[in-house]
Ligand binder design. Structure first.
Ligand code: AMP
Length: 211
């Protein structure tokens, strides 16, 4: 089944120049909340590589491959997610295509729970639930297998980065549609100035590295 989410694109109204300026300004003063202001968070903040004008002019891409390739930093990222989920009853981790798979799968393994991939259209082999949502330019569709989540299962959604929130909000709707209970959406990185967490309301949102 396919249905459309009616939400606008948050960076569209700013224009590429204003958006790039805002990103560049934010890049100079990354911070994390006081309760997470450990040395490790600072190290992680500094390890994320900014790639300007990727995938298109005006976008500063937050490249996490610099974290993944360093064994200590990668472990630190996964441990940070694990700390956030300590003591919770969780049935499934849902990871978003594609970098959400990297963190989500490692977290699911450590928690001893199942991992569910949310994929871009046409990648999943079995019957799917789909949802369309708007992007900066154009539209996208994500899918999940119809039997991925049982009714009443408690789900944590994981992705590498929260920007406008369109992708995560679509994934949250899929989880709910399938009868899952989304207990929190978690991101390594949040671009706070894009207000992505507003799109995810009323679901709880947690992020570790904020720009
Ligand atoms: P959004 O739907 O706008 O919140 O975009 C989130 C998705 O796009 C995530 O899966 C991210 O991996 C990716 N993304 C968006 N903006 C960036 C960025 N500046 N750097 C890296 N990834 C991004």
């Amino acid at each position: 089944m396919y249905w459309r989410m009616m939400h606008s694109v948050s960076i569209g109204h700013m224009g590429p120049t204003a958006y790039a300026f805002r990103l560049a300004k934010q890049r100079l003063r990354p911070y994390s909340p006081a309760f997470m202001a450990t040395d490790q968070i600072q190290i992680l903040l500094q390890a994320v590589r900014d790639v300007p004008d990727f995938p298109k002019p005006g976008i500063i891409f937050k490249d996490i491959t610099t974290l993944l390739s360093d064994a200590k930093l990668f472990k630190s990222v996964i441990d940070t997610f694990l700390d956030a989920n300590k003591g919770r009853k969780i049935d499934k981790i849902v990871g978003i295509d594609a970098r959400g798979f990297i963190f989500g799968a490692a977290v699911a393994y450590q928690l001893g729970v199942g991992f569910i991939p949310v994929r871009k259209k046409g990648k999943l082999p079995y019957k799917t639930e789909s949802i369309g949502y708007s992007l900066e330019y154009g539209e996208a569709v994500i899918e999940m297998h119809v039997d991925a989540i049982a009714k009443g299962e408690k789900v944590v959604l994981i992705d590498d980065l929260l920007a406008t929130g369109g992708t995560a909000a679509a994934a949250a709707h899929l989880i709910e549609k399938m009868g899952g209970e989304l207990i929190e959406a978690q991101f390594l990185i949040e671009l706070e100035f894009l207000n992505g967490r507003e799109r995810l309301m009323p679901f709880p949102v947690r992020s570790f590295l904020k720009y």
